[in-house]
Write a protein that binds this ligand. Sequence first.
Ligand SMILES: Cc1cc2nc3c(=O)[nH]c(=O)nc-3n(C[C@H](O)[C@H](O)[C@H](O)COP(=O)(O)OP(=O)(O)OC[C@H]3O[C@@H](n4cnc5c(N)ncnc54)[C@H](O)[C@@H]3O)c2cc1C
Length: 375
Amino acid sequence: MIEFNEKQELILETAREFNANEAAKFVEAMDHENKLPEALPDRLAQYGLLGMKFPEEYGGGEVDSLAAALAIEELARVSPAISDFVLALHASTGVLLSYGSDALKERLLPPIAEGKLIMAYGLTEPDAGSDLAGIRTTAQKKGDHYVLKGSKTYITLGAASDCAVVLAITNPEAEKRHHGMSLVLAEGYTRGKREDLMGLRGLDVGELSFNNVEVPLENLVGVENEGFIQIMKSLDGGRIEVAALSVGLAQGALDCAVNYAKERKQFGKPIAAFQAIQFMIADMQTRIEAARRLTYYAAMLRDAGKPHSREASEAKLFASEIAMQCASDAVQIHGGYGYSKEYTVERLFRDAKINQIFEGTNQIQRIVIAKNLLG
Ligand SMILES: Cc1cc2nc3c(=O)[nH]c(=O)nc-3n(C[C@H](O)[C@H](O)[C@H](O)COP(=O)(O)OP(=O)(O)OC[C@H]3O[C@@H](n4cnc5c(N)ncnc54)[C@H](O)[C@@H]3O)c2cc1C
């Protein structure tokens, strides 16, 4: 049993309170309308859930990775989409916190914590997903600014974003492509339409287009031409959070399955009395607990400043696989009703799939793990 410290307990309790008091106002609307609710950032901010990882001087709660994972997990138990809203902001603000200038942090982090500014994270392009070194977006230096040209696709919060941290080529002559890329903070770009997605709907996932967008040199995030390396270093934190989201989603599916199994009667008794159902529930519980421990362990290593790349990938890989499995089993336990939009498990089943894909597909996680062992 892991003993949580006061701050970790507090953020977990805060996420529980958000679920109890606020989540229901947004969950169904996000899924049905596929639109980011205007009030959501403000409500999350009111609970201190947007800036939780920021230093106090920027209006944050300065919590560690384990605490953030606990909050992400708890939010996902009720709404994986709301949880992913927080997670996506952690991804973009994470690189800003690690590498951004004080001036950028001072300007951007307080309004993000207050729910007044949305910052996206633009890496993926139409022809470059897993192979990020294949991006084509360029940021060419001209006088006191870069000229940004290209596009990014499938960007969470893209259609709602005020600004975005974007990976672009700054040295096309670099011998190795990934040694010629930088992260820049872009504003004033064109936001594309919302993608109509299978799950995690309502997050305004969309395209960002840069048609000669001027980016002041001071908007460089980190060191010029080291953007790719900076991203690789920061990916581990995102993978731990996707693992946490997956654990929460799986727990939400189990909660639904347990309740339904006790209520639904067939052959004159609750289906919970059938061993076939009991075994499915027992397997779900065991898988969730295993995934949770992998996730917390990776977060604790990160907080201790120890190497955790392999452990973050293991947690992301295992947790997202069991989330898909648990969501599928929860639908099975609901029988035909589980296939209906009237039941939560139908949404969780759709929401589960993306966790095997983003923040590095599960094939990429296996590559990371194998490389760690085999060199
Ligand atoms: C809902 C959603 C939100 C997203 N949010 C963001 C965001 O905010 N910011 C952002 O930058 N991106 C975002 N993405 C993009 C996401 O990160 C990519 O979709 C993901 O990295 C995979 O890239 P791809 O879709 O191009 O697939 P591809 O890279 O084309 O992969 C296709 C298939 O080939 C496999 N594959 C590829 N290379 C290898 C290999 N070397 N070995 C074995 N198998 C391989 C993959 O595992 C996959 O199964 C989001 C995507 C979605 C759907």
